[in-house]
Write a new protein. Structure first.
Length: 115
């Protein structure tokens, strides 16, 4: 079973259809950023360190499946790259369990969003 990270504008990623990122917005960003490129129906994100992630747009969000290394941990460069893409979309990065991620944090520990 995989674990996904979601770039979303919604409070909870599964409500992305209520605050969608349009496919046209997504494709425009892909055209603008040098680290994003189309790969078939998906988009590759080139992350420092030679890491390539495949992202896809669906239902108003951008998703990446299993964005972690062989040791099953998220790498800060991966989450930081995804957060920068999210920022360009006026969105945020959120995991399947609703946890939020912030730039430069220990990627094994999601951001504390309890206020």
């Amino acid at each position: 079973m995989g674990y996904d990270l979601h770039i979303t504008r919604a409070e909870l990623w599964f409500e992305s259809d209520q605050h969608p990122i349009s496919e046209a917005e997504w494709l425009a960003l892909v055209d603008q950023r040098k680290d994003l490129r189309p790969v078939g129906p998906d988009v590759a994100l080139d992350v420092p360190g030679g890491i390539e992630l495949l992202l896809w747009w669906r239902d108003g969000q951008i998703t990446v499946n299993k964005p972690y290394g062989r040791d099953e941990t998220l790498y800060e460069p991966v989450t930081d790259a995804l957060i920068r893409v999210a920022s360009d979309m006026s969105a945020r990065l959120q995991g399947d369990d609703g946890e939020a991620y912030e730039l430069g944090q220990d990627s094994a520990q999601p951001a504390d969003t309890s206020d």
